[in-house]
Design a protein around this ligand. Sequence first.
Ligand code: ADP
Ligand code: MG
Length: 311
Amino acid sequence: MNSLLVADSVSKKFGEFTALNSVSVSVPEGSIFGLLGPNGAGKTTLIRIINQITMPDTGAVTLGGEPLQAHHIRDIGYMPEERGLYKSMKVGEQVLYLAQLKGLDKAEAKKRAKHWFDKLEIGEWWNKKIQELSKGQAQKIQFVVTVMHNPKLLIFDEPFSGFDPINANLIKDEILQLREEGATVIFSTHRMESVEELCDHIALINKSNKILDGEINAIKREYRNNTFEVGVEVGEDAFAKAQSALSSKFTTTPAHFKSLGDELKLRIQLDSNGSPNALLQELQSYGQVTHFVEVIPSVNDIFIQTVNQNV
Ligand code: ADP
Ligand code: MG
C-alpha cells in the first residue's frame, strides 16, 4: 500500500525537553491512522509538525512523496486540539470565510456548507455567533470547516473530547464515510479504548517515543495469547470440583461478564500450542457451555504491555 504521509526520524525539543525522539510513522493512503498515547506523549507536537506550524529539529516529512511545503496546506484538513473559531463571528460567515481561505470560491463554499449543515442537521445555527453555541456544537462547526474543502488528508487532534457519546458516534461515522470517499485520516487520542475500532493502523506514542506501530489486526494477532473467556452451567454440587479440575490443568482467573445464569465463569489461558477445540470439549463434560470467546487484547492492554517491556 502506498504511504500518503511519511514522517522520518522526526525529533523536536522545547528547550532541554525532548517532545519527540526520532519518531517515524508511515500513513497508508486510504487508511484511518490512530496516533495513540497518554497526555503529554508528543502527539500534538507531531501533528503540528505535519501541519507546518512547528518545524522539526531533525527528520523530514513527506506528503505524496514530496517534502512538505506551503502549498500542501490546501491538501490537508486540520482540526486542532485547541479549537480555533472566532467567538463573535456568525457561524455561516465564518464557515464561508474559512472555506475560501482553503481555495473554494464563494458559490462552491455555499453549496458545500449547505450539504454539511443539512447532513448534520445544524442549519438553524447558521446565523448564531460561535459564543452562543455549546462546546460540542462549536466542535461540529469546526468539523465542517475541517472537511469542507475535501482535502485528501484529514487530521483530527483529539476529535472526540468535548463530544457527548451520541455526537462522538456521529463524528466516527462521518470519519468512516470520508475514508470510503477516498480520504486518508489521521487522528490522535489519549482515550485509546474508546476508538480503537475506528483505526485500521495505529502508532503508539509514549514519552516522546513511538513504541509500536502497524496494522491494528496484525498487532492484535501478535499479542493474542490463546486466552478464552468461558461460561459453563455446572450443577451446584459439581461447581467447586469443575473449578479446581480446570485450574489444575490451565492458568485460570475469574471472569466477569454479563449473563442470565450463575454459571462458572473463567478466563482460561492455554499453552501456546493448546487447542481451543479440546478446551471446549472438556468444558462440555462439566455441563452446558453458555459462553466461549477468545480474549482479544485491547489496544490499551497492548500499550501497557509494550511500555512494561521497554522499561
Ligand atoms: P500530547 O498531544 O501527546 O498530549 P504534546 O505534543 O502536546 O502531547 O506535548 C508533548 C510534551 O511537549 C508535553 O510535555 C508538553 O508540555 C511539551 N510541549 C508541547 N509544546 C510545547 C511548547 N510549545 N513549549 C514547551 N513545551 C511544549
Ligand atoms: Mg495533544
